[in-house]
Design a binder for this molecule. Structure first.
Ligand code: DLL
Length: 438
């Protein structure tokens, strides 16, 4: 029997392109109106002849607006982007990242509701219902993955268990005892969870776990498949970033074939990061987003640095909001090793094609003389680790050959004992670039 396609707000989710354009134009005018009253945007927009919302006549006027970057947000710290009264704010988040001035996101009551509504819509698209019990294993705090997801799941009526990250044994106990059906976690933590369940007194068959929502870090289709196969669950890709209200900016529907961008709430552009011109549909470029549904903090043409492309074919679910492909990396996580551009996701792709590979890996780049040296440390499964040295050597050789074929660099492969690479409590740290900064 065909699976019924769930909707949160069918009218909006299946709106025609003309209707979406109208919604976007109304939203853009309002955002520009707000932006013109902020310290940060006022002069910037005045310089290009935009003084209020009425100066935006059509969506084509978007191009007149300068891009906003993360550095701009830092320069506007703390309240340069505030529209309205600070007294109306009910929450402030900050983007992850440990160095430098933080970038803040401030929300008034309306913003918190809209962000929750967007998240709830995403969860419904993926097949979550108010009968689900969701364990939110993303960190609660300044990071949006905890609270912004939480509010959306509650809005949908799911029962939320806010376990936050870490304490894996307690996570497993709650999953088992409370009948958790959905887990929200990073892909690396899902793999760790799998291993921890295997090592525990519990039997996977006694869990009601049916799906996971994952995101917050780059991961390949191979990794998704691996998690799905190991855990016997459906895994849904969720994209978001703090500056855009956190998770739920783009989300997979039940067909799990690309992420729908909610186009009544964001205007998406894909540009060539060098020329800053739009790329044709289907070509990879940097995602640039304008937020349409936030009141207290306008954000226009924000350079996400994330690389993706638009999927042009309509989706089988009937939603008209266009999809983007799984992210291939960021314009700024690209490593240049002896002059060759390498994305960590390419290395991951090779690692995960191999059976016998465990839950964690680390890419180390060092300077040896004038040359760069690439070492990839990879945990193996307990059974492979216990195996004959020849098995390990041949696994290392296979990975090395596959990697040098794909990235044209000869890496050193170090196979490690399960659990020996430190596990980050938040996002996985995959790259340790030890080269001196020029
Ligand atoms: O990671 C928000 C989030 C929380 C998304 C929970 C999904 C789930 P930031 O800490 O600001 O916000 O990091 C944003 O993480 O620019 C991407 O580079 C990366 N990222 C987020 N989701 C995905 C994904 C949250 N599904 C940055 N695939 C973004 C690949 C992702 N990269």
């Amino acid at each position: 029997m065909a699976r019924e396609i769930p909707f949160w707000d069918k009218k909006v989710e299946t709106a025609s392109r003309d209707e979406l354009n109208t919604i976007q134009l109304v939203g853009l005018k309002k955002q520009v109106e707000h932006a013109c009253q902020t310290v940060f945007y006022k002069d910037r927009l005045a310089k290009v002849g935009i003084h209020n919302g009425d100066d935006i006549k059509s969506l084509a006027d978007l191009k007149r607006i300068p891009f906003t970057t993360k550095n701009d947000l830092r320069s506007a710290y703390p309240f340069g982007l505030l529209y309205g009264s600070q007294d109306d704010l009910v929450r402030i988040h900050a983007s992850s990242g440990t160095t430098g001035t933080p970038t803040l996101i401030y929300q008034n009551r309306k913003d918190v509701d809209m962000s929750a509504d967007t998240m709830a819509r995403s969860l419904v698209a993926a097949g979550c219902t108010n009968k689900d019990i969701v364990q939110n294993m993303m960190t609660y705090g300044l990071f949006t993955g905890g609270m912004c997801f939480h509010y959306g799941a509650e809005k949908l009526g799911m029962t939320v268990i806010p376990t936050s990250s870490g304490n894996t044994l307690r996570q497993i106990k709650f999953m088992h005892d409370l009948g958790t059906s959905v887990v929200h976690a990073t892909p690396s933590y899902l793999l760790h969870l799998h291993q921890a369940i295997e090592d525990s007194e519990y039997n996977r068959k006694d869990f009601k776990w049916r799906m996971a929502v994952t995101g917050a870090e780059p991961h390949s289709e191979e990794l998704r498949q691996k998690i799905q196969n190991k855990l016997g669950i459906e895994v849904y890709n969720c994209y978001g970033m703090s500056e855009l209200n956190g998770p739920g900016v783009a989300f997979e529907c039940i067909f799990r074939d690309g992420l729908h961008v909610w186009e009544d709430r964001y205007i998406m552009e894909i540009i060539d990061p060098k020329t800053e011109e739009p790329v044709p549909d289907g070509e990879t470029g940097e995602l640039v987003m304008t937020i349409l549904h936030r009141d207290a903090m306008p954000l226009l043409r924000y350079r996400t640095r994330d690389l993706t492309h638009v999927i042009t074919e309509p989706c089988a679910c009937g939603r008209t909001h266009r999809r983007i492909a799984r992210f291939t990396g960021r314009t700024d996580d690209m490593l240049i090793i002896n002059g060759v551009n390498v994305f960590p996701s390419q290395i991951e792709e090779v690692i995960l094609k191999e059976k016998g590979v465990g839950a964690n890996y680390l890419i180390i780049v060092e300077k040896k003389g004038v040359l760069d040296k690439l070492t990839v440390q990879i945990e193996v499964t307990p059974s492979v680790f216990a195996d004959d040295a020849r098995v390990l050597a041949s696994l290392a050789k296979r990975i090395k050959n596959a990697m040098s074929a794909l990235i044209t660099i000869n890496p050193v492969i170090e196979l490690k004992e399960p659990g020996s690479i430190p596990l980050a409590t938040g996002k996985a740290i995959r790259v340790d670039d030890r080269r001196p900064k020029e």
